[in-house]
Design a protein around this ligand. Structure first.
Ligand SMILES: NC(=O)c1ccc[n+]([C@@H]2O[C@H](COP(=O)([O-])OP(=O)(O)OC[C@H]3O[C@@H](n4cnc5c(N)ncnc54)[C@H](OP(=O)(O)O)[C@@H]3O)[C@@H](O)[C@H]2O)c1
Length: 216
């Protein structure tokens, strides 16, 4: 499986690349190819020091889509629509959205678009054959990057295409101690996306860091 990360140079993209590239082929996309290459070079260096082999390639966002079976959209919500407008080739691809539309006001607040969630906005913008899943919304970038720590979190996954959802859940279950849970159709994504502002408020008001979730 080849996984392309659009915006893979960012906080969560970089962390995902570090955890995914020893297991899968990972292609890091960026608006600037040089930036993607730099992220890959430093990721390879980090993993090499740990004695881990990896497959990491830095390309443009468009190339990351073209060369991947599965595309992760690791872009801030406010730049999501603008970025999708510049990209194509999503037909038949599995597209994963970790995107959480939220704002820091007096406290962290879920601020979805009129479609109801980032995932449903993505569905509206991409071709109908794109198989969109919501996943990885509630794992903090710092945890992805702390390679000495196990990621023992639950990962709710929403999607309308069952085959795609099963594939995404299979990938999740191969990363560290992550445990994927079927959270129903894509229409339920707002509930998953709104967990993150909740977790950030819990962290803030209880003086905790990088709060995550476990279903049990
Ligand atoms: N950070 C977390 O802990 C975390 C946890 C769970 C979910 N998420 C979600 O994951 C997504 C990415 O979060 P992040 O913290 O990784 O974001 P980020 O680091 O702020 O940005 C990610 C990447 O987006 C690209 N980007 C920035 N501005 C852009 C623009 N104006 N137009 C197009 N692309 C732009 C950049 O890539 P290039 O400059 O290389 O193009 C950047 O590296 C968000 O939707 C967030 O809600 C984040």
């Amino acid at each position: 499986v080849t996984i392309g990360i659009v915006g893979g140079t960012g906080d969560i993209g970089e962390g995902m690349a570090l955890r995914l590239s020893p297991v899968f082929e990972v292609i890091v996309g960026s608006r600037e190819i040089e930036k993607a290459r730099f992220t890959c070079d430093s990721g390879r260096e980090t993993l090499k020091k740990r004695g881990q082999m990896c497959s990491l390639t830095g390309v443009s966002n468009q190339q990351a889509i073209d060369d991947a079976d599965i595309v992760i959209l690791a872009i801030p919500f406010k730049h999501l629509a603008g970025t999708l407008e510049t990209l194509e080739g999503f037909e038949e691809k599995i597209v994963i959205s970790p995107v959480n539309p939220m704002e820091k006001r007096d406290f962290f607040t879920f601020v979805p678009p009129p479609e109801g969630s980032a995932a449903l906005l993505i569905k509206k913008m991409l071709p109908p054959s794109a198989r969109i899943c919501t996943a990885f919304n509630t794992i903090a970038a710092n945890r992805w990057k702390s390679l000495d720590e196990e990621l023992s979190y639950s990962v709710p996954v929403c999607g309308d295409d069952n085959e795609a959802k099963q594939e995404v859940m299979g990938i999740i279950n191969r990363i560290s101690k992550l445990h994927a849970f079927d959270a129903g159709p894509l229409g339920g994504s707002s509930m998953v996306e709104s967990l993150t502002p909740l977790l950030l408020n819990i962290a803030r008001y209880n003086k905790m860091k990088d709060v995550g979730i476990q279903f049990r």
